[in-house]
Write a new protein. Structure first.
Length: 400
């Protein structure tokens, strides 16, 4: 019944979107590494930082946390490049976001001051101003980006620097044009007489960073670099305890142990489990019953959104699914083919080689070690977690 539904109840967890800075936990070491170069950027010594991490590792949450942390010193400009393959679109978006950080009543005049007669139209979308430039200017802002960046910064009339985040750079990772453009920009800002206090933070998948470096090896020398890996048990424990504590909920030791184990250090999974457990709880404490039901529900949600779209019919045969379930049951992130075969039935052994081939083609597994060593690992622990949770669901017979 809905008679007793609490409309004021609100989850402190944020699955499916970047975590607000207030609830951000962990990553202290990398945050400090990013911040150590802030003073240089403030003095006009432009800094470039590139962070990589697999899907669900919290790259965006980390970047937005740092942006919030430095807001007293720098104007934060956040760009999501998701789905964008156009350098012109990226450059225009950077300038738009920077100009939109000015007081709203002055933005139109600032756009005209910067771009003059090149502006074809200005419109308001929600709380932001968008502008359209003519064809010549659309290319000119790419070729002379430093000039327009400096002019936009001068129009802000601020003593703060610029903290520019370019998130999801993945779409431009195959672009030699982007690599050449960024190198030219980085070189020019060092040589020309512009004093822009600027810190640029780029984020993307590890393989996308490698793609960019493969276009030109000198690209990597521009950046400070760090890779975001899985969180450790201590950090996960702190996350769950602190977040539940913030709404007056305590977790018993066993329930915490399960939530930590089935998170596998993945921030995305931690948020999903925390949120699902929160909505199961009917008191001010988390016990094993609530924890297991929440974990299973989180697995179902991750399965629908992240796992099943990747798993086509070719990987869903009875034997293939049974092999995946056994990998989940053993909780192994990596394995050697010859070692794992002893856990398989005769029918599963017959198709094991084809299974490994197809799972690798779908990027569910990846081959590691020396060529033909027979060593594999999950490309993302989310796959492992999903099949671990399916085993948990089966164990507790939670087929609601």
């Amino acid at each position: 019944m809905l008679d007793d539904f609490d409309f004021d109840k609100e989850s402190p967890f944020q699955p499916g979107k970047p975590v607000s800075p207030y609830y951000f936990k962990g990553r202290t070491k990398i945050v400090k590494k990013i911040l150590r170069y802030l003073n240089k950027a403030e003095k006009g010594d432009v800094q470039h930082y590139f962070i990589t991490g697999k899907k669900g590792m919290g790259k965006t949450s980390l970047a937005r946390y740092v942006q919030d942390f430095v807001q007293d010193k720098m104007v934060g400009v956040y760009i999501s490049n998701k789905g964008n393959h156009s350098l012109e679109n990226l450059v225009k978006q950077i300038l738009e976001e920077l100009i939109n950080s000015a007081p709203k009543d002055s933005i139109k005049s600032k756009i005209k001051n910067i771009f003059g007669d090149y502006v074809e139209s200005i419109e308001v979308k929600g709380t932001k101003f968008n502008f359209k430039l003519d064809e010549y200017a659309s290319r000119d802002i790419v070729d002379n980006f430093l000039y327009y960046l400096n002019k936009s910064y001068e129009e802000l009339c601020t003593e703060k620097g610029i903290f520019l985040i370019i998130d999801d750079i993945n779409g431009l990772s195959e672009s030699k044009e982007f690599v050449d453009w960024y190198k030219k920009f980085a070189d020019s800002i060092e040589m020309k007489n512009y004093n822009i206090p600027l810190y640029i933070l780029l984020a993307g998948y590890p393989e996308k960073f490698n793609n960019l470096v493969n276009q030109d090896e000198s690209f990597s020398r521009i950046f400070h670099y760090d890779h975001i890996d899985y969180l450790n048990s201590e950090e996960i424990n702190e996350f769950f305890q602190d977040t539940f504590d913030s709404v007056g909920i305590k977790c018993d030791e066993k329930s915490l142990e399960y939530m930590i184990a089935f998170s596998e250090g993945i921030p995305l999974m931690m948020q999903e489990i925390g949120d699902s457990v929160f909505w199961e709880v009917e008191s001010n404490s988390v016990n094993m019953d609530y924890a297991i039901k929440g974990i299973v529900e989180a697995g179902r949600l991750i399965g629908k959104r992240q796992i099943k779209p990747v798993m086509d019919k070719s990987i869903r045969s009875k034997n293939y699914e049974s092999i995946l379930m056994k990998l989940g049951d053993k909780g192994v992130d990596s394995f050697k083919k010859s070692d794992f075969e002893k856990f398989l039935s005769p029918s599963e052994k017959k198709v094991f080689s084809k299974f490994l081939q197809r799972a690798t083609e779908l990027n569910i597994l990846e081959s590691i070690g020396k060529d033909k060593s027979g060593e594999y690992k999950f490309s993302n622990r989310l796959y492992l977690v999903y099949f671990m949770i399916l085993n948990l669901e089966k164990e507790y017979n939670l087929n609601w």
